[in-house]
Design a protein. Structure first.
Length: 320
């Protein structure tokens, strides 16, 4: 997760004052041709070939049925995939008000500077809604937005106490979802003690639960978004955020979900796609070829061969 600060210029991932520029995101259209399917028994035994991930899982979300896996129960670091649980805890909060305004604190910006985490480029004093912060956390993988949500939905008399209590909620939610080999020690994946880990199987469980929430589905399938918020100077600031997930806008039917990159975790992704009314969820942990491998897994699940032109991320988008 790289550091992405910068001044307020018109670019993706940055904030600009009172701009009316239209959102422009290149979204190449993928074509899919049906390929002859192998015999069911042989195909089921083989699975998708050449997957480089250290851990992987493929789930028929509609039927809640495992299709294929690779080292699914080995504990591994997950980097910013952590933020998917942060979103779930927020959205599962009883009576959650998605329009609640949250004031951006200096502490959130200081955290980005000291941690080097990827940023939604929030500006001190701006007032964003909870839903807007979800976009800022899940599209450009903003650690500042993640901290704002943890601070808002945690309990305690200080930001430190509130974020700590929020992490406890994350672990309780993991227990409730049967994620027996998952542990969180951060709200964004920046783990100071290495006690932030999961498994491919556990993340498939989380993804299935997450996709049951309509708000989360709307956010994670967005290639990009333009969000306006009251700025500290009394004017309006426009935030432009682009998704770090290259499957979106490239693979036909892709609907999310979250990327993550870290020194210990490597490149990771939790992904999903829907075709002909059937939704498939995939997990790749520690995979240097996560996008081609995700495509292989989805094609295998959908019995197709898809030609893909990969979407190029606009300048300023965190390479999470």
């Amino acid at each position: 997760m790289g550091r992405h600060g910068g001044n307020a210029v018109r670019r993706w991932g940055a904030a600009v004052i009172a701009s009316t520029a239209a959102l422009a995101v290149a979204a190449p259209v993928a074509s899919a041709q049906a390929a002859p399917a192998a015999a069911p028994a042989a195909r089921a035994a083989a699975g998708p070939s050449g997957i480089a991930a250290k851990g992987a899982y493929l789930l028929d979300n509609s039927a809640n049925k495992k299709l294929w896996s690779k080292s699914p129960d080995t504990k591994r670091q997950m980097a910013s995939i952590t933020k998917l649980m942060t979103a779930v805890v927020v959205l599962d909060t009883r009576g959650v008000n998605l329009n609640k305004k949250v004031t951006v604190k200096k502490a959130y910006l200081d955290y980005i500077r000291t941690s080097g985490g990827s940023a939604a480029d929030l500006k001190q004093g701006d007032k964003l809604t909870v839903k807007q912060l979800l976009y800022g956390m899940l599209l450009p993988s903003g650690c500042d937005a993640a901290m704002a949500l943890a601070d808002t939905f945690g309990s305690g008399s200080t930001t430190a106490k509130r974020t700590k209590s929020f992490i406890s909620k994350m672990n309780k939610k993991a227990d409730a979802l049967g994620m027996t080999k998952t542990q969180y020690d951060s709200f964004d994946g920046i783990s100071t003690h290495g006690a932030n880990y999961t498994t491919a199987r556990d993340l498939a469980k989380l993804a299935r639960h997450a996709l049951g929430n309509a708000t989360l589905r709307t956010v994670v399938k967005s290639v990009g978004t333009e969000q306006k918020a009251p700025a500290a100077n009394g004017r309006t600031r426009t935030y432009y955020w682009n998704s770090s997930n290259k499957l979106l806008g490239s693979y036909d039917g892709a609907i999310g979900i979250k990327t993550g990159t870290g020194t210990a975790a490597g490149k990771c992704i939790v992904f999903a796609a829907k075709r002909n009314g059937r939704t498939v969820v995939g997990v790749l942990l520690g995979d240097s070829k996560r996008y081609p491998d995700a495509k292989k897994m989805l094609d295998w699940a959908f019995h197709t061969r898809t030609t893909v032109t990969w979407r190029q991320l606009p300048a300023g988008t965190p390479q999470d």
